[in-house]
Write a protein that binds this ligand. Structure first.
Ligand SMILES: CC(=O)N[C@H](C=O)[C@@H](O)[C@H](O)[C@H](O)COP(=O)(O)O
Length: 233
C-alpha cells in the first residue's frame, strides 16, 4: 500500500515571510501616465523578477490584477482622497482589498479621526476575521505602540513627514524605525523616502524587519523630474 502523503507544510504568514527583505511599492499618483492597471501590474512583475519579497499596491482593481499575475504576497491599500486619513480610511475599503486578494491590508493608523467614524481596532478585527493581516501606517512612536496594542501585524513608518506635526524630511526616518523596533514586539517596516540600496540596508541595521521602496524604483515621472530640474536651461 502506498503510504498517505505527508501533511502540507504550514505556509509562512506574510509577516514572517517578509523578514529582512524588500517590499516594492508599485503605485502612481492621480494624473500620472503610469496610473494604468496593466502598467502597474508589469511593475509588480518586474519587482518580482528583481527579487522583491512582496509588493504594495493601491486600489482593489489593481490588487486583483496583481494577485492574478504575481506569485508574491500583495499588500493592498486603497487611497481615497488626499487629505486627512486617506490610506484605507474605512472598514469597507479594507474588506474590499481582502476580497481582491490582498494578503495584508495597509491602513492609516495615525491618531486622526477616520472619516467613517470607525476605529483602527475595528478595521484590524474585520481584516483578521476575513483571513488577512494588517500593516499599520504610522507617523510617530505613540501611534506605532497604539497600533501594535490594537493587533496590527506589521507597523510601518509610511506616514512620518506626511501628517500635521510630523515635519517633512528628505531622508528616511530611521530614528523612528529604531524607536519603534525597541518599543514594540510587532515587526517594524521602514517606509518613506528610501532612495538607495545603502539606505535600505541602513534601515535594516536600525531595526526594521523589512523595507518598502516606492519612488526610487517605480516612479519614472518623479525620477525624471529630479534629473530634469538638476540641468540648467
Ligand atoms: C505618504 C503616502 O501616501 N505614501 C504612500 C503609501 O502607500 C506612497 O505614496 C509612497 O510612495 C510609499 O509609502 C513608498 O514611499 P516612497 O515612495 O517614498 O519610497
Amino acid at each position: 500500500m502506498t503510504p498517505p502523503p505527508p501533511p502540507p507544510l504550514p505556509q509562512p504568514r506574510p509577516a514572517d515571510a517578509l523578514g529582512g527583505r524588500l517590499i516594492v511599492s508599485c503605485q502612481a499618483p492621480p494624473g500620472d501616465p503610469m496610473r494604468h492597471t496593466g502598467t502597474l501590474v508589469r511593475m509588480a512583475m518586474a519587482a518580482e523578477a528583481g527579487g522583491a519579497a512582496a509588493v504594495r499596491v493601491n486600489d482593489p482593481e489593481v490588487v486583483a490584477a496583481t494577485v492574478a499575475a504575481v506569485g508574491l504576497p500583495v499588500i493592498g491599500l486603497w487611497k481615497d482622497g488626499d487629505t486627512g486619513v486617506y490610506i484605507t480610511p474605512g472598514v469597507r475599503h479594507a474588506l474590499a482589498l481582502v476580497e481582491a486578494g490582498a494578503a495584508v491590508v495597509a491602513a492609516d493608523a495615525t491618531a486622526r479621526p477616520r472619516p467613517d467614524g470607525s476605529t483602527f481596532a475595528e478595521l484590524v478585527a474585520a481584516v483578521h476575521a476575513a483571513g488577512a493581516q494588517v500593516m499599520a501606517d504610522v507617523s510617530t512612536l505613540a501611534e506605532g505602540r497604539e497600533a501594535a496594542a490594537r493587533g496590527a501585524d506589521l507597523v510601518s513608518t509610511t506616514l512620518s513627514g506626511y501628517v500635521p506635526g510630523s515635519p517633512r524630511q528628505t531622508a528616511p526616518d530611521l530614528a523612528l524605525v529604531a524607536e519603534l523596533a525597541a518599543a514594540i514586539d510587532v515587526p517594524v517596516v521602514a517606509e518613506g523616502r528610501i532612495a538607495t540600496p545603502a539606505q535600505a540596508a541602513e534601515a535594516l541595521a536600525a531595526g526594521a524587519a523589512s523595507v518598502v521602496v516606492g519612488t526610487a524604483i517605480t516612479a519614472p515621472t518623479a525620477l525624471t523630474r529630479l534629473f530634469a530640474e538638476a540641468l540648467p536651461r
